[in-house]
Design a protein around this ligand. Structure first.
Ligand code: IVH
Length: 823
């Protein structure tokens, strides 16, 4: 049994822990323990000192403010000390605060200035003759650090006061802070580039102000709020605190618009609740509110205790940071395949919400923090941002932990998890086959610029996928009108009993009893009840007289309309990473044929202008996944989807679709087209190339180091099979590809068209597509080279420009007539 420490021992221990935390917080700008734990230590020490006055010492942390200056900056002695605030954590403590003032001043109803308590760094700004001359940190309260140069980079801080009537010397006190958006943006960038990530906005503000290089402050966007004054000479300030804040605002200082004058403890508590309710929506972190007796004479009468005024108090909110332990680290696959590591935590209340999961962002972030299963960590939850693990409490790490590693396979579908060079994000390569990515993949497939299945919104997709009715994009083409009618009823119903009532109306009496019973058994509180209800059999005749069938009819029509499509749309619809509309178009134009594309050895994609290694590899990965190929098979099978514009690959491309070119596109240093052709001619087959020794490469005409480079490339995983596939497939593919040449040049070949204003009979995208099909280039801006402009209603500057340049202008009717004639 550990011995209970004596009060003197406990006091020593608490002082040591507090001193250590103070040093980390004020001098190193990083928190070792969460603020709540710090507050707990201080409160325990205060209580012990109250009970045992003999243990109070002059240097106890309870009588001190902040930290000692670091020595890196010039010291500044504050003309008036910069104080701290006492804290209240409950309504009773607030009532006590008001009562103490009441008892001493006996003035009746008390007025207070109530303000948000920003979580940043306290700063004193000195103005002489209206000009900013000196800025200092709080330091230990009497001596701070001269950070004038850094503060000059903070836009919010006036360098010259506005208006007139300012005192000769004016010290303004306030908080330098980092807005949440600036903090998030800074970290997002740091995570992308592997830079230092800030644990919280406070550390961001403090760390940046205490950099020796002011350029760093300039890079981290900092903000400022004024909340009071220090030394004032040669002038007067209003005799209330609220009046002073208004005056500061007039002189050009940002003052929180949330500040308010309120009366009595009821007013204070109402203010606390109101600000608490807005906390998550504010642009910056606050850790509480501050109440200050508004009347300055009253403030003077109240005076100070050791380190804080008696006329003000901070009323704290639940902390945004807490410590807890990591029970597991799991991978979550997002809708785009991004693998995000998530910490499963021992549940802990953070800012009023129980948190048991927190994001770790990505593998780099875990490595940077070295988070391990079993670690004590600090979690932060601020605003509506997902809770995150911000740091590990190093000295609480248990023995026997091991560094974390990204798993090799997707926990949802088992496909490989891969990361591209230089990228922070790992992704599941399962694509359409990974259930985690399915909904997003289907939504993209159906979207306007892809297969354009109008009316299939996210919530329909969600329920259809959850019910197991749509498992992949091909299933969209098997949806029946009855299924859609059922879906609509399920989504419109509030709960199972309402759905059962609706079904009763629409289902014929025979056979429906079992379905209704099954539906009624579903638990309405379970988020999945809709999916379960939808998976009930629906093989009956619907009583369509009583049901709104228009939506289902329209959707079926939209699905049918999408069955005949272009290669470009289908390629874009597949949602291959890095393959946007323009890449899809380039692939369609150059290859002309899906069969060729889906089996092409990936290095050959680089034959297409503008397709580089990254896109080529991504295409390769996509088509390597059996599930993706299966999905394409299902789409094409039985003519579910038909590509209407298949054509032979361009002649130029066709020339280079051979084994030699695979070696060229592999970018092995020194391998030119000529050398690759000679090599393949000498060794004759892919297998022979694979079996050959480096000496044979030299005999076939390769220089020494090129031969070595080739041997190394061939030894790398995956390259052997690629060559074999290239040899076997290319002949076959080219033989099978459509033989007719590319489409004949359209009537608008070589012409540039600009669309502007609103068209009524067709959308801009449709107009663009049809003009392009006739060979036109559709551009975004008008120039002398523009062949003609199509102007809809409310056309603006582009129409004017066309008129001023003398460019032909067509109206919509002319366009429609032209299309009708030439398509
Ligand atoms: S007044 C003598 N007002 O909180 C009164 N402080 O815990 C001194 N703070 O050092 C402070 N917002 O850094 C005051 N509206 C506000 C504040 C505020 C944030 C910070 C400030 C201070 C600390 C005390």
């Amino acid at each position: 049994m550990p011995m209970t420490p004596s009060p003197a021992e406990r006091v020593d221990d608490l002082r040591r822990q507090i001193a250590q935390a103070n040093r980390a917080y004020h001098e190193l700008d990083e928190a070792q323990i969460p603020d709540v734990e710090y507050d707990r230590l201080v409160r325990e020490l205060e209580a012990l000192e109250r009970e045992h006055p003999e243990l109070v010492t002059a240097d106890s942390p309870t009588t001190q403010v902040g930290g000692r200056p670091s020595g890196r900056f010039a010291e500044v002695r504050h003309a008036l000390p910069m104080l701290s605030l006492s804290n209240a954590f409950s309504d009773e403590e607030v009532a006590d605060f008001v009562r103490r003032i009441d008892e001493r001043l006996k003035r009746g109803t008390l007025r207070f200035s109530a303000e948000p308590k920003l979580d940043g760094l306290a700063i004193s700004l000195r103005y002489e003759g209206g000009r900013f001359v000196l800025g200092a940190t709080r330091g230990d309260g009497s001596t701070g650090e001269d950070v004038t140069a850094n503060l000059r980079e903070v836009n919010d801080i006036p360098k010259q006061l506005l208006g007139s009537g300012w005192p000769d010397v004016l010290e303004v006190r306030g908080e330098v802070y980092m807005a949440r958006a600036d903090f998030e943006a800074f970290n997002a960038k740091a995570r992308l580039h592997g830079g230092k990530v800030l644990a919280n906005p406070r550390n961001g503000a403090a760390g940046s102000l205490r950099q020796l290089d002011p350029k760093i402050s300039a890079q981290r966007r900092l903000s400022f709020f004024a909340y009071g004054t220090g030394d004032v000479q040669g002038g007067e300030l209003p005799d209330t605190h609220s009046g002073t804040l208004a005056q500061l605002r007039a002189w050009g200082f940002p003052v929180s618009s949330l500040s308010q004058v309120v009366e009595g403890s009821d007013g204070l508590l109402a203010y606390y609740r109101s600000i608490g309710g807005q906390r998550d929506d504010l642009a910056f972190d606050i850790d509480g509110v501050v109440y200050k007796l508004d009347d300055r004479a009253g403030q003077q009468a109240m005076g100070f205790v050791a380190r804080a005024p008696r006329w003000a108090i901070a009323h704290k909110f639940p902390a945004q940071e807490q410590s807890t332990t990591v029970e597991a680290i799991e991978i979550q696959i997002g809708r785009t395949g991004a693998a995000t590591p998530v910490a499963r935590l021992a549940p802990v209340a953070v800012a009023g919400v129980i948190v048991s999961n927190a994001t770790l962002h990505n593998a780099d972030q875990i490595a940077r923090l070295d988070v391990r299963v079993g670690d004590s960590v600090i979690v932060r939850r601020a605003g509506d941002v997902i809770p995150e693990v911000v740091s590990v409490i190093a000295d609480r790490r248990p023995a026997g932990t091991t560094p974390w590693q990204m798993p090799a396979h997707c926990p949802v579908c088992g496909s490989e998890i891969l990361r591209e060079e230089g990228e922070a994000v790992w992704r599941c390569s399962g694509g359409l086959t990974c259930p985690a990515q399915r909904k997003e993949a289907i939504a993209h497939f159906a979207s306007r610029r892809a297969m354009d299945i109008d009316g299939l919104g996210d919530k329909y997709i969600e329920t259809l996928v959850d019910a197991g009715i749509v498992r992949g994009v091909a299933d969209l083409y098997r949806l029946t009108r009855d299924q859609l009618l059922h879906l609509k009823l399920v989504l419109d119903a509030e709960g199972p009993s309402e759905l059962a009532a609706a079904l009763k109306l629409h289902l014929p009496a025979e056979g429906s009893g079992a379905v209704l019973n099954a539906v009624l058994r579903l638990d309405g509180h379970d988020a999945g009840w809709r999916a379960q209800a939808l998976s009930q059999p629906t093989a009956f005749e619907w009583n369509t007289k009583k049901i709104a069938t228009k939506w289902a009819d329209n959707l079926i029509a939209a699905i049918d309309a999408s069955r005949t499509t272009t290669l470009e749309r289908l390629l874009f619809a597949l949602g291959i990473e890095h393959v946007g509309e323009s890449t899809a178009k380039a692939l369609a134009v150059w290859f002309g044929d899906l069969e060729l594309i889906r089996y092409l050895p990936w290095p050959l994609f680089k034959r297409v202008p503008d397709i580089g290694g990254e896109v080529a590899r991504s295409l390769g990965h996509f088509f390597e996944q059996a599930g993706n190929q299966q999905a394409i098979d299902q789409l094409l099978q039985a003519g579910q989807v038909r590509i209407r514009d298949a054509h032979a690959p361009s002649a130029k491309l066709r020339e280079g679709l051979d084994l030699a070119q695979v070696l060229v596109e592999a970018e092995i240093p020194g391998i030119t087209r000529l050398r690759a052709e000679k090599l393949v001619a000498a060794l004759t087959t892919a297998q022979a190339v694979l079996d050959a020794e480096h000496g044979q490469f030299v005999n076939a005409g390769l220089p020494e180091d090129t031969a070595r480079g080739l041997a190394a490339w061939l030894d790398t995983d995956g390259h052997g099979p690629l060559l074999l596939l290239a040899e076997q497939k290319l002949h076959e593919l080219l033989a099978k590809a459509p033989q007719q040449a590319e489409q004949a040049a359209g009537v608008l070949e070589g012409q540039t068209v600009v669309l502007t204003g609103t068209l009524s009979a067709l959308t801009r995208d449709a107009a663009k597509e049809r003009l392009e099909a006739l060979g036109a280039k559709v551009a975004g801006s008008v120039s002398k080279k523009t062949s003609f402009v199509v102007a809809g209603t409310e056309a603006g500057s582009k129409l004017e420009k066309a008129q001023s340049l003398g460019v032909a202008v067509w109206d919509e009717d002319q366009l429609l007539a032209f299309l009708a004639e030439h398509e």
